[in-house]
Design a protein around this ligand. Structure first.
Ligand code: SAH
Length: 390
């Protein structure tokens, strides 16, 4: 097996157990492993670090799968890891829907598996894990006897690994518009054409966190996608809910979800650009009891963090202005590049400009089926904040 030796001075990241080894962190390589193959990693003085898969074409040269010298990487390895991931989810209370595998946090770098009750959506986002797709599918079949498995590898990050963008069935074909139960609500999920894996499970608990503040309220939800927060608001007793999303498709599905839950009279949707509309409405002096914001990641690279912060500040400033005195702002950010402290600072700056005072109701992260591993910043990505706006 090919051996990769780390440079003498290794980064804090590798030291703290993070599984990525960047090309510039490796010194000598003995052997001629091709992209996707399993290699062994050693320190400069030949101490075993772990086994993982290599991709010389990627900036991330090796991603470690195990640090246990006795563990080999084979079909049984993936079955074991999936079993462990499922046992962990069950242990912390998940039964139907969950992110079954959250990549690095489950010691399965670049693998994402969402479980929507009996249906599974897979993303293999690096060459080395893509190679094991048949083993992963076989393990899912064996453990869950699923009704269907779908691949959503139409993700641009795969190009960095030299992988094609593709989607399709990994089981016998099935109807890809499925219905899941979430917090007592029925939500339609489009596994084939929905965003990412079809549904944002990471906000699962946070959707419940709006329960009390939306009662009897006029609610505005921007970046609503299929209306998950908005449907929850209706269900929790909002007087009126208006959801906005730029995607006609998302809005159509949001309307359908309102119908599914008998909330068509309460939840309305418009397909508009939220940036434009929030700006215009705040100028016009419109007011809501609760404003919810859940924009897409404004940045995926370190170079554009400043631009992202400007975006968050702008959108939250507009949002706050639309909140009645004593009402609530519910705001999220889903990029790991803006860590929680920075997000709070940005919201604070927006409040200063909007001349509003904020009182924190709750500040949280993603649901626990997307585990945060201490010391691995990139697993701590979702910020969810509720502030009373005074
Ligand atoms: N709140 C949703 C997830 C939102 S994802 C949930 O919990 O399921 C972000 C959404 O923002 C996407 O649906 C995307 O279509 C939408 N979006 C992106 N840019 C937008 C814009 N300028 N105006 C309105 N919506 C936008």
């Amino acid at each position: 097996m090919t051996k990769v030796y780390l440079n003498k001075k290794i980064s804090r990241r590798v030291e703290s157990g993070h599984p990525w080894i960047f090309a510039n962190e490796a010194g000598a390589i003995e052997g001629s492993a091709e992209g996707g193959e399993t290699v062994e990693v050693f320190t400069h003085d030949k101490k075993f670090v772990g086994r993982g898969y290599i991709n010389p074409k990627s900036q991330i040269l090796v991603r470690l799968l195990t640090r246990d010298r006795a563990e080999t990487i084979d079909e049984a390895f993936f079955r074991r890891r999936l079993q462990q991931a499922w046992e962990y989810r069950q242990r912390i209370g998940y039964t139907e829907n969950c992110r079954l595998v959250f990549g690095e946090a489950d010691d399965l770098p670049a693998l994402i598996i969402d479980k929507f009750n009996d249906y599974f959506v897979i993303q293999t986002l690096a060459l080395g894990i893509d190679r094991w797709k048949p083993a992963i599918v076989a393990a899912l079949e064996e453990i869950f006897r699923p009704k269907g498995i779908y691949e959503r590898n139409d993700v641009p990050v795969r190009e960095l690994e030299g992988l094609p963008l593709q989607k399709g069935f990994l089981s016998a074909p099935f109807g890809t518009q499925i219905i899941i139960n979430e917090n007592g609500l029925r939500m339609q999920v489009d596994l084939e054409n929905g965003q990412k894996t079809g549904y944002f499970l990471d906000q699962h608990d946070n959707r419940r966190a709006i329960r009390h503040i939306v009662k009897g309220a006029d609610v505005l939800g921007a970046f609503c996608y299929t209306g998950s927060f908005e449907t929850h608001a209706g269900y929790y007793g909002a007087k009126s809910v208006l959801g906005l999303d730029i995607s006609e498709n998302a809005v159509a599905q949001a309307r359908h979800n309102a119908e599914l839950n008998g909330l068509s009279g309460i939840c309305r949707y418009e397909a508009v650009n939220a940036f434009d509309v929030l700006k215009q409405w705040s100028k016009e002096g419109r007011q809501y009891d609760v404003v919810m914001l859940d924009p897409p990641a404004f940045t995926k690279s370190r170079e554009t963090i400043q631009k992202a912060i400007t975006g968050y500040k702008e959108i939250n400033l507009r949002g706050m202005k639309l909140v009645k005195k004593g009402g609530f702002l519910v705001t999220s950010s889903c990029t790991n590049l803006v860590q929680p402290e920075l997000f709070l600072e940005t919201i604070q700056l927006a409040a200063k400009d909007a001349r509003r005072r904020l009182r924190q109701v709750t500040f949280r992260a993603q649901a626990s089926d997307h585990p945060i591993v201490q010391g691995w910043e990139n697993t701590n990505y979702l910020k969810f904040l509720i502030m009373q706006v005074l």
